[in-house]
Design a protein around this ligand. Sequence first.
Ligand code: GLY
Length: 600
Amino acid sequence: MKNNNMTHIFSLNSKSSRRILLTPGLLGALTAVVSVGGAMPGQAAYPPTATGSHGAVAADHELASQAGVEILSQGGNAVDAAIAAALALGVVQPAGSGLGGGGFLLIRTSSGQIAAIDFREVAPKLATRDMFIDASTGKVVPERSRWGGLASGVPGEAAGFAKALSEFGTMKPAQVIAPALRLADRGFPAGRHLARSAAVVVPKLAEPHPLRALLAPQGKLLTVGMTVRRPELASTLRMLSQAGFLAFYKTQPGAIGDDLLQANRSAGGLLQAEDLASYKPVARTPMTGRFRNHQLFVIPPPSGGITALEALQILNARPALAQGPTASATLHETIESLKHAFADRAKLHGDPAFTNIPVEELASAAYASGRAATIQPDRVLPPQSYGRPGTDKPLSPPRDKGTSHLCVIDRNGNAAALTTTVNLSFGARVVGAKSGVLLNNQMDDFTAKPATENAFGLVGDEANLVAPGKRPASSMTPLIAVGPDGTVMCAGGSGGPTIVTGVVQTLINLIDFGMDAEAAVSAPRIHAQFLPDSVLIEPEIPSDVRDKLTARGHKLVVTPAPLETAVQVVVYRPASGTQPATWTAASDPRKGGKPAIAPR
Ligand code: GLY
């Protein structure tokens, strides 16, 4: 890979369960993380293994994985393929991501260089701290940050891809855009996740509404297999092919940005030409830590990587997980570690340009040991005991339904972990009429008002209040783990805060329990985020295990369907002796994705 701007890179050396009442807040949280594309009855627990010897892509849609592999087959590297796969996802899985959103990319080269690009949305320059509060009542108006013009931050994906491609890729924009352009132009069969997302959203749309043309063409709700064409988005992708990704931000009449400003303003938004012109992705110095004998790499805040890092390091400082992946002792240790990490996330995380976050302390082994020492094997702790001692602020975990994660490891062992999002399903539900770009509703990831309950029964904190140019705190967790033998594990997921818990449990499954990638992402999971003070638990976890967790003090909520934590993983094992290198990829069955392996 090119490394011509590597100043930010450092070298690697190296039924019987007690069910609790579902309050409106908790029910909101629960429905926010229960999949619209969850595993179907009769679906195999573990999808078939995808293993090969020339690189692999795991996205949460088969066509996106194939787009990435197409680029690998043409000689592209992991970053080229990750961009191609992400652009394809924006076409075929518009509920989750697209050019109107933003995200994070973590890169590790085969030589051990590590880099990260933050292309998270920022609040518009006209944004104000109280913009989601009704001046007459003083109350938060949740709809304002979720649907319509005020909900959108300045999109970052195109600028992020421009930076990633020029600094770490090898191909021209037209090459990496080609698979997505073909899908938008010629059409593709609607997948399960798109059809089910459409079924949820369409009844909530006004009549008429620009999203109806996409989700219910000619008044007929999309069903699995119906051909979807996206001609407006195809014209946008064609423009970017010709003029480069930064053409997205141009606002002269007829330009993409002009169309986005018109769409945003007519929906009551604040975006201006100046916002688009000044958007800049940020190179972040990845953070590192340890889990067992693996070195971990994540992206610092506003990414959610540090929460996963913290939980894994606390677990690392605890006695080994000697029982199976769904044993009550394993789950208890995991939940308690996650509660510490999430307590810190809620209290302390925000945009580091606006708030002082003690990231080095939180990521240190000493801090992990201190938190680990508080964990009791037979019971939960009093709520004030979780997280950093002495930090006592309101708490606000985030949520989302519209994110997508993919992993690529190329034939040379370069790895790219990319998570991108429009936030909630189909973002702000505002579409550029000519560009076909769906604008994000990332403003809902800010805290609208301190000490006020949000839709999920939670209160927010100071560090994550709205400010012009500020990035909202995120749960997106691209993560790369490197083993002592050079094994590289690339992971990440979608599903708001369940991203962190899904990634942590997948890493435990891979490293502690030696599961292969498919088993690791498919195994039943729990979700604990400190507040609400309950643990979501997938129905496959046996009732005797649930009883033992309940006896320790956990308040379990058995989810009616699998959680929406679609974790994608690629594991690269280098050649050893006579054994060739192998690439094993898995896409989470919860969202119906499918990985792809590069042919020879
Ligand atoms: N919008 C979801 C997240 O960034 O966590």
